[in-house]
Design a binder for this molecule. Structure first.
Ligand code: CTP
Ligand code: MG
Length: 398
């Protein structure tokens, strides 16, 4: 989007429909836009997606007169970007009311993005692609997906195949210039034409938007059965989110002639006091991984009161944690580990340590960075009473 023009981007979310095809006429059920899906209403999912696109200046949610659900959702979302106004009889009337609401703040050439409340699966990347498409010469942009099925036109019982070569399904959001969109919708209303999207109204006045490839996952929840599809899509999206975790471990020095770090045995004039082999690198890493997975900490999984773990090779812990990570559909994106010790010196062993960790995690070694520092002779590490490690990991979908 051209910043030179400073054309601001506003969003209008028509959410004033009656959801007749969905079955929202049942007064005992929440209306379609407030139907709960994986713990959030459709409208909440939709608004959270829009709120995540920083270029959107404000969002006007167009709600039905007498909507009893909006106030609590607005309170929950608690964003100064959210405004609301009341809708009209048809979708285009609701969008028009949104434009009227914006009339005192939007300039004629500001962009207005219209997005159905009923499309909760819109992705952050689709929103970004649309905003990116708004160049200086652009007359607007519409998300669409090419039709993949064979298309038939039925007339009086007879089917005729339609060439699908240039056919697209138009989705929302659709973005147009404020004044042009208002004129297009006014003219459609004046002509008594009910348009089902903004692009249709724009075409009538000779303004043609560019097509931006959208995702087939950006479905419109229209009928009750669409909810299940939307839930699957949203669940997959949630599990594709990246996860960050951090861990720390400390062991005191004691009797012995070596320490184990990252599965590598380093000669030292002392050993560590520990139930297992006392590998602070692996313990910190396991904690970071478990943290990223939201699965507690290493003590819960491998209690130091369990005799099975006496003197245990900590790489066994790491392999178990790696299996859990795989089972959760996650993989390591990177790990950054810092050893804090006056001695022994770690530098010469970094590659061997990373290779061990990588093998246990079934990941390339270049994703694992190992650093070491002294603490300038300060504190318990500086006095050589013990050593510590810190780990930070990022996990992503497998
Ligand atoms: N919409 C609106 N005002 C209307 C009609 C529709 O704001 N008078 C909104 C809906 O809330 C929805 C979007 O426009 O977010 C797309 O409409 P649609 O999927 O058709 O929803 P409904 O109109 O609610 O459903 P139906 O047509 O089955 O009654
Ligand atoms: Mg409708």
């Amino acid at each position: 989007m051209s910043l030179a023009h400073q054309r601001r981007l506003w969003a209008i979310v028509p959410a004033a429909g009656r959801g007749e095809r969905f079955g929202s006429d049942n007064p005992l059920l929440a209306p379609k836009q407030y139907t709960s899906l994986l713990g959030k209403s459709l409208l909440e999912w939709t608004l959270r997606a829009l709120l995540a696109e920083p270029r959107i200046h404000a969002i006007v949610v167009v709600i039905a007169a007498g909507d009893g659900h909006w106030a609590s959702l607005a309170e929950k979302l608690n964003s100064a970007k959210l405004k609301s106004t009341t809708g009209g009889t048809h979708r285009q009337d609701s969008v028009m009311n949104g434009l009227k609401f914006l009339a005192s703040s939007a300039r004629d050439d500001d962009w207005v993005m219209v997005h159905d409340a009923a499309r909760p699966c819109v992705s952050v990347s689709e929103l970004a692609k649309l905003a990116d498409a708004l160049g200086e010469d652009s007359s607007g942009a519409v998300l669409a997906v090419p039709i993949v099925d064979t298309v038939k036109r039925e007339s009086e019982g007879a089917l005729k195949t339609v060439d699908r070569a240039h056919l697209w399904r138009a989705l929302t959001p659709q973005v147009f210039a404020f004044a042009q969109l208002r004129r297009a919708l006014e003219e459609a209303s004046r002509a008594g034409i009910e348009v089902t999207d903004e692009a249709q109204a724009m075409e009538r006045i000779g303004i043609h938007a560019s097509l931006v490839h959208g995702s087939p996952f950006n479905i419109k929840v229209t009928r009750a059965e669409d909810l299940e599809v939307a839930a699957g899509i949203l669940k997959a999206g949630e599990s594709s989110a990246m996860r960050v975790g951090q861990g720390m471990d400390v062991h005191a020095f004691g009797e012995g002639d070596h320490v184990v770090l990252g599965g590598v045995r380093l000669a030292h004039h002392r050993g560590v006091v520990a139930h297992s082999d006392g590998d602070v690198v692996i313990h910190a890493l396991c904690d970071a991984l478990l943290g990223a997975m939201g699965e507690g900490d290493i003590g819960q999984h491998f209690p130091d009161t369990d005799p099975r773990y006496r003197g245990a090779d900590s790489r066994v812990f790491l392999r178990v944690v790696a299996e859990r990570m795989q089972a959760a559909g996650l993989r390591l994106l990177n790990a950054d580990i810092t050893v804090l010790a006056e001695a022994p010196r770690v530098a010469a062993h970094r590659a061997a340590m990373a290779a061990n960790l990588a093998a246990d995690l079934n990941a390339p070694a270049n994703l694992i960075n190992i650093k070491a520092t002294t603490t300038e002779r300060l504190g318990f590490i500086g006095r050589e009473e013990g050593l510590a490690a810190l780990a930070c990991v990022l996990l992503g979908p497998k």
